[in-house]
Design a protein around this ligand. Structure first.
Ligand SMILES: *Cc1c(COP(=O)(O)O)cnc(C)c1O
Length: 379
C-alpha cells in the first residue's frame, strides 16, 4: 500500500526555465505581411481614382490584427469598424483619422462614445434618428445615411430616405451627411447596375457625398468609384471574384497560415483515416498529420480534396478535420517527414481556393483565425 501511494504521488517540480513564456508553441503560425497590406492598399488607391478610401478593419481586420493592420494601412483616408471596442482601440493606438462605425450605434449610451472617440456613425434605422433628434450635441457630428437599395439588410427605403435625410439635415449638430449604400452582388452575376439605379432614384436631388463601393465594386465598376470607397477583402490580398484571381488582379496575400507535419502514417489498401473513418485508402498511401485543426480556425467542413501545400508541393486534405490536426496525402511528396512545412492558405495557395473547396468564402477563413495561433509579423 505504502509503495503504491508513493508511486501515485510523484514529486512534481515546476521548472520555470521550461515554462511559459519560453516554451515553444505548436508548430502552427500565421504570418502577416505588412508589405502586402501596403501594396494592396496602393492597388485600391489606383482603382479608386479620385475617391477616398475607408480601410475596412472590422472583425479584427479580417483576422489580421486591428492595430497591426491599421498601422500597415496608414495611407488610408480613414478606418471602418463596427465595434466600439475596436474604435476605442484605434484611438488609443493614436489613430487620428476618421473612423466610420458601419452599423452606427446600438444602444442609447453608445452615443456618448461617438463624441468621446470622434466617430462617424452610419445611421440606418429610425430609432437612431429619433435619438439624435433629442440629443444635445456636445460637438458637431458627421454621419452616413444608409440607403437600402435592394439588399434589405440595413438602411432606409423608398418611403423613408428623404424624410430621414431632411430630419437629420435640420439638426444644428449635424455637419456632413454622406449617402451610403451596399451592394449585394458586386462580385456576382447581377453586379451593381440595378441597385445603383435604384439608389440614384432614391437620393435624386440630395446634394451630398456618396459612399458606395466594397472591394468587388471598386475593382469592377467605374461608376461606383465615387466619394468614399470601402474596400475590405482586397486589402488583405484576396479576390472577391470566382473568375478573376488575386494574382491576376495583382493582389498579394497578407496572411499565410502554415504549420508542420507532426506524424506520418503508412496505409495499406482498405485502411481508413480519422474520425468517422472519413477516408479509406484504395491503394498504398502515405499520410501526413498536420498540426492544424478547426480550433485553429481551419474549416471543419473542408472535405477530402481541399488543397494544401506540403513543402512546395500541392496536395490535399484526406478525411475529417479534427480539433487540433488534419491529415494530408503525402504519397507523392518525396522528402515529407515530421517537421516538413505545410501551408494551409496564403502565399502560393490562395485562401479563396481553400474556401471554395470547403464551400465557403475567404472572408470566413481569414476572420476565423483562432486567437491561439501565434502571429508572426513581417515588415
Ligand atoms: C464589410 C463591408 C465592406 C467591405 O467589403 P469587402 O467585400 O470586404 O470589400 C464595405 N462596406 C460595408 C458596409 C461592409 O460591411
Amino acid at each position: 500500500m505504502e509503495a503504491r501511494r508513493a508511486m501515485a504521488a510523484p514529486a512534481l517540480k515546476f521548472d520555470e526555465s521550461v515554462g511559459y513564456p519560453s516554451a515553444m508553441p505548436r508548430p502552427i503560425r500565421a504570418t502577416i505581411r505588412a508589405s502586402a497590406l501596403r501594396h494592396n492598399l496602393k492597388l485600391a488607391r489606383e482603382a479608386a481614382g479620385q475617391a477616398k478610401l475607408w480601410a475596412v478593419l472590422k472583425a479584427n481586420a479580417y483576422g489580421h490584427g486591428l492595430e497591426r493592420a491599421a498601422l500597415a494601412l496608414a495611407e488610408a483616408d480613414g478606418y471602418a469598424v463596427l465595434d466600439f471596442q475596436e474604435a476605442a482601440r484605434l484611438r488609443l493606438a493614436g489613430v487620428t483619422k476618421p473612423i466610420l462605425m458601419l452599423e452606427g450605434f446600438f444602444r442609447p449610451l453608445d452615443v456618448n462614445l461617438l463624441f468621446k472617440y470622434d466617430l462617424t456613425p452610419v445611421i440606418h434605422n429610425a430609432e437612431q434618428v429619433e435619438l439624435l433628434r433629442h440629443l444635445d450635441f456636445p460637438s458637431a457630428l458627421d454621419l452616413y445615411l444608409k440607403v437600402n437599395s435592394g439588399m434589405n439588410r440595413l438602411g432606409f427605403g423608398v418611403d423613408a430616405v428623404r424624410v430621414q435625410y431632411n430630419a437629420l439635415r435640420l439638426l444644428p449638430g449635424v455637419r456632413e451627411i454622406t449617402l451610403m449604400t451596399h451592394f449585394a452582388d458586386a462580385e456576382g452575376e447581377e453586379g451593381i447596375v440595378g441597385q445603383l439605379r435604384w439608389f440614384e432614384e432614391l437620393v435624386r436631388g440630395l446634394e451630398a457625398p456618396r459612399s458606395l463601393a466594397n472591394s468587388a465594386a471598386l475593382l469592377r465598376f467605374k461608376e461606383a468609384r465615387e466619394g468614399w470607397a470601402r474596400p475590405g477583402l482586397m486589402l488583405y490580398g484576396c479576390s472577391p471574384f470566382a473568375d478573376w484571381s488575386a494574382a491576376d488582379i495583382g493582389l498579394r496575400p497578407a496572411m499565410t497560415l502554415a504549420s508542420e507535419l507532426i506524424a506520418v502514417q503508412e496505409l495499406a489498401p482498405g485502411e481508413r483515416v480519422g474520425y468517422g473513418f472519413g477516408f479509406e485508402a484504395k491503394e498504398p498511401m502515405t499520410i501526413g498529420v498536420v498540426a492544424c485543426g478547426y480550433a485553429d480556425g481551419y474549416p471543419r467542413h473542408a472535405p477530402t480534396g481541399t488543397p494544401v501545400l506540403v513543402k512546395d508541393r500541392r496536395s490535399r486534405v484526406v478525411g475529417r478535420v479534427s480539433m487540433d490536426m488534419l491529415c494530408v496525402d503525402i504519397t507523392d511528396v518525396e522528402e515529407a517527414y515530421i517537421g516538413t512545412p505545410v501551408t494551409l492558405w496564403g502565399e502560393n495557395l490562395p485562401a479563396e481556393e481553400v474556401a471554395a473547396a470547403a464551400g465557403t468564402v475567404a472572408y470566413e477563413l481569414l476572420c476565423a483565425l483562432a486567437p491561439r495561433v501565434p502571429v508572426h509579423e513581417e515588415p
